[in-house]
Design a protein. Structure first.
Length: 100
């Protein structure tokens, strides 16, 4: 008899039944014709992978904040240049064309 393979979606659904609805591992193993150790292994993998998930989110957040800070500085610098150019433009117009 061939062993049934469970998709990631099916594994998550089964683990959610266990974690969210407090369905016991033994009940789930009977319901899905699984060895209880398999469900425990999936749960272990889930929590081991959680560290990577949360770490990458933290890194992405730091990177995003750094990028936003860099862009804010760039915008501020550009606004200063625009102000300087506008001021210079007004001075030149007054000089060559009189009061504006």
């Amino acid at each position: 008899m061939a062993r049934k393979r469970y998709s990631p979606e099916e594994k998550i659904r089964i683990l959610r039944e266990h974690l969210d609805n407090n369905v016991s591992v033994s009940e789930l193993s009977e319901q899905y014709d699984l060895h209880p150790g398999m469900i425990r292994n999936w749960k272990k993998e889930l929590f081991e992978g959680a560290l990577d998930t949360f770490s990458s989110k933290h890194k992405n957040r730091k990177s995003k904040n750094s990028k936003e800070s860099h862009l804010e500085k760039k915008v501020s610098s550009m606004q200063e240049v625009i102000t300087e150019l506008t001021t210079e433009n007004v001075k030149l117009r007054k000089k060559y064309h009189g009061e504006i």
